[in-house]
Design a protein around this ligand. Structure first.
Ligand code: PMP
Length: 401
């Protein structure tokens, strides 16, 4: 499906998509607006809202702390959600992995850093981390190095190198950056500004079989089929609220094959059971809708937008130009398109677009190391978005040339 023309893909999936769009109450209630900010947070289908309502009105109790029916039901829901995450991620050995619930990707990445990586590293070790991805996937690793430095343990934090222009990681330069003391690599699955799939399977090829890799999957879970077996990573961290579940939910999937088992430190307290219930419901909904189709639909919309923008001289698209075939080795775009107008500031352009009913984000998007001047307008899509929304957006952008 990935190699088809975007228009053909959109035509073939039209009735499937219409039925799904109708399941988002917030979208149905405001047909004049276009929500184009799913990378910031996603909208929720009715099934997720129903699961939350059903839980709170039928079996709300604390988890693992009682033996009456509601407490047992809550514990069962949370345990089922753990297995659901593994299943959703295509985990071939769920008996050897674990799922921990968090408030989101930021807390998840920090927990991997603080509770696992800090225990693993010894003086002289090196870690390789992305310097131009989301700040949430840089700050925790730097904090570990600082913490260990205060204890007299010297860690070298190296930059995961990128190719100029595309924003993709550079496997050739990475080969030069890894050595016998490389103990850990942090990477991002889909870039939150460039929208690029970062081809993380090439990182495994370069670093070899022994180095643990932690994947920030905040922008891929819910958008495409994800297989930990294929990716061969050790941690997958994501936010529930970007994957159609409630804010304050998220998960860390981990397997202890390369290093000690991951055990978050300290007393856990009461988890966000409502968030966890919503996450399991969201994953059920996504699987039923079909993540391959969601990927095909949103990639086709993104291609329509990048193709349209490349015909408008006033605009510059960030990252790779077009969405190439899903399995190709070259850079490919997922469901995010960031761009700039050559004369209108991104802040002003965002404001103009809002006044036309397009909900986009316009700033530097929490990108590590970004300055205000690096700002752009970001359009990020999900399955409820339509071809008509993109065509209307392109017409509005064309009128601003
Ligand atoms: N990583 C990436 C790639 C993201 O896009 C985001 C959110 N924009 C995060 C991490 C942090 O997610 P959260 O704010 O849900 O913790």
């Amino acid at each position: 499906m990935g190699a088809a023309r975007p228009q053909d893909t959109l035509e073939a999936l039209r009735s499937w998509q219409l039925a799904l769009r109708a399941q988002f109450p917030i979208i149905a209630a405001d047909p004049g607006s276009a929500y184009l900010d799913s990378a910031a947070t996603s909208q929720k289908p009715q099934a997720v809202l129903d699961a939350v309502q059903g839980y709170l009105t039928r079996s709300n109790a604390n988890v693992g702390r009682g033996s009456y029916p509601w407490a047992n039901a809550t514990t069962a829901l949370v345990e089922r959600a753990r297995e659901r995450v593994k299943e959703f991620l295509g985990d071939p050995r769920p008996d050897r992995s674990s799922t921990h619930f968090t408030s989101g990707a930021t807390e998840g990445l920090r927990s991997v850093a603080r509770d696992w990586l800090a225990e693993l590293l010894v003086d002289g070790d090196e870690i390789v981390v992305p310097f131009a991805d989301h700040e949430a996937n840089l700050a925790p690793w730097r904090e570990v190095a600082e913490l260990l430095a205060r204890r007299g343990v010297g860690i070298r934090v190296r930059e995961l190198p990128r190719q100029a222009g595309s924003g993709d990681y550079d496997p050739v330069a990475l080969a030069a950056a890894v050595g016998p003391r490389t103990r850990f690599v942090a990477a991002t699955h889909v870039h939150h500004v460039y929208g690029s799939d970062m081809n993380v399977h090439r990182i495994r090829e370069v670093v070899g079989p022994g180095v643990p890799i932690c994947l920030d999957a905040a922008q891929s879970v819910g958008h495409l089929p994800l297989s930990v077996a294929e990716l061969d990573v050790d941690f997958v961290v994501f936010s529930g609220h970007k994957a159609l579940a409630l804010p304050g939910s998220g998960a860390i999937w981990s397997r202890g094959a390369r290093g000690p088992a991951f055990r978050p430190g300290g007393w856990a307290g009461t988890p966000n059971t409502v968030g966890i219930v919503s996450l399991a419901a969201a994953l059920d909904w996504l699987d039923a809708a079909g993540t391959e189709r969601i990927e095909a639909w949103t990639v086709a919309l993104a291609a329509l937008l990048t193709d349209g923008l490349s015909g408008l001289d006033a605009y510059e698209v960030l990252g790779c130009r077009s969405s190439l075939t899903a399995r190709s080795e070259v850079q490919r775009r997922r469901s995010i398109v960031a761009f700039r107008h050559r004369e209108i500031s991104s802040g002003d352009l965002g404001f103009i677009l809002h006044s036309h009913g397009f909900m986009v984000r316009s700033d530097s998007h929490c990108q590590a190391g970004a300055k205000e001047s690096d700002g752009s307008v970001r359009v990020s899509l999900h399955v409820h978005n339509t071809r008509e929304e993109i065509e209307k957006l392109l017409a509005t952008l064309a009128s601003l040339q």
